[in-house]
Design a protein around this ligand. Sequence first.
Ligand code: PAF
Length: 285
Amino acid sequence: MPITTISTIAELRERLDRVRADGGQVGAVPTMGYLHDGHASLMRAARADNDVVVATIFVNPLQFAEGEDLDDYPRSLDHDTELAEAAGVDFLFTPSVDEMYPFGPVLTTVTVSEVSAGWEGITRPTHFAGVATVVAKLFNITGPVHGYFGEKDFQQLAVIRRMVDDLSFPVTVVGCPIVREEDGLAMSSRNVYLTAEQREAAPVLRGALDAGLAAIDGGERDPNAVTAIMAALVESEALAELDYVAAVDAATLATPDRLSGEVRLLIAAQVGKPRLIDNDGVTIH
Ligand code: PAF
């Protein structure tokens, strides 16, 4: 069926209640818009698993701190609608800030401690509470059986998984692989901020992940040795300012004494205006 755009909670609920009353399962793909192939891959995964797919586009003020790019976050509703329709989305939910937060500042928030504290949480201490709160709200509005999120925001995925487990949301969280440009740069709505020169430098993050993975493949099990190799590579690129590199346990995001089991390499660097993040995983037997 052609895509239907809905901007009120009441109307979306009514339409999705009808789907559920007829025995249909809903899959939800929360996004902030300015959609790219990474989002399309989440939508296609949702299309394959569910009777009805709802994608949400909401630039959530709660997850932006003062001085971040809330006001100039890129937006492109026409393009987004086309992309979502081509990926098989049935309903596009595009609420306003007033629709989502009609009473002004929210008094009820969801905080997933510990998993939110390190890495991104150090530079963005209020970010994950904003994400968890809006995702909880979007789950309550859309009532999905499955919720789809990209592995690119690996810490966000870990936070959402933990929130769903801790609060017993009846939702299965599906993490989808990172979609990359040909030169390895992870797709992100914020890549649009890169100048041509910075865009050329940006794949250094992918290069650092590859160097870390190669070290592990070569038998290195000391997380500090792995991250030193990754950091040296990023520091060799003048346009990239390293924020952090980490070799962590994929579930807890804590740094172990020795790498084993499911390991995730995380990296964040400022490249011009955007702060880019990336990650990759390996299983050590
Ligand atoms: O990943 C995003 O685009 C956002 O953080 C999300 C999950 C849609 C919540 O606003």
